[in-house]
Design a protein around this ligand. Sequence first.
Ligand SMILES: *Cc1c(COP(=O)(O)O)cnc(C)c1O
Length: 364
Amino acid sequence: MSTSKGTFRFEPNPSPCDPSERYTLLENPGFGRVFTDHMATIRYSEALGWNDAKIGAREAFRLEPSTLVFHYAQEIFEGMKAYRLPDGSAALFRPDANARRFQHSAARLAMPLLPEELFIEAVRQLVQIESAWIPSTEGSALYLRPFMIATEAVLGVKPSSDYLFCVVATPVGAYFKGGSAAVKLWTSERYSRAAPGGTGDAKCGGNYAASLAAQAEAIRHGCDQVVFLDAVERRWVEELGGMNVFFVFEDGSLQTPPLTGTILAGITRASLITLARDMGMTVREEPYAIDQWEADARSGRLVEAFACGTAAVVSAIGHVKNSESAFTVGDGNVGPVTARLKAALLGIQTGRASDAHGWVHRLP
Ligand SMILES: *Cc1c(COP(=O)(O)O)cnc(C)c1O
């Protein structure tokens, strides 16, 4: 059976997950382990442009071993969430910002730009069809993973002529095991994440592949995540592998590294800057050096630090370590400014607080 949902053809999964099994899965979904019954796909070819938009059963791709994405990593992705609102309906948070960033990433990886409306429509249609998969427990959501891969089967180093855009959905609980405890960060002297002129401000899988050795180093040293320093001076704090960072000072002001091309422009980052300013706080987008961070944490000038991104929303940073030294931020726990900003953002995302900036995109 096939029906039309606007631009999208709908081919229901003939054997969807049994409702009782779904309830069990939704009780403790973890992160990115459980996937819903359907996926959205849109194909691109040089001849046809964007075509064959469909919501169908989630299934494996059949791709030639020579497919470009396997060899030269021409791949980009997004991460966003659908939240359950108090009235039982669902909402996306700033999906237009994800759509625009997806275009920015595509341009950097020499991929075609998916029109904003088509990106949002793919996500909307999928979430509406999978609405029974949106968990409603505190801290949970339906995480959406739009991505695009180069699908031409050829080994030449060149932009692919064909692409596949796809969105899959996965119900998620808290991102970090241990819930809202403060995280311990590792500063690597050996690895950097992004160089000037590189792909640091594109959301591409290659950046993540390059961060894994550093992440393994962090785990070996008893830390949770890496905080990367700039690739040139190895001094300026940039971001985590997948989250931006903020610093909170004794005088109540906030600081976050500026978007100079090596840092991913987080939508959570942008939203928190706006919310903090709404609350009357001063927010500076200025570079911050790792030695200054340590000195300020030791003197008490710096009172809190946190990381932020869609997956974990806001995570306090409790400790920072490298091969020579280690220091604690504040008392090593979640501070009041971090907690307040997190609650303010989550309140808007989950429809419990008023949405002054029009960020919440309600689904019918
Ligand atoms: C996705 C991502 C972020 C966070 O972006 P959000 O839009 O807030 O989810 C930060 N840094 C990197 C490297 C990322 O890939």
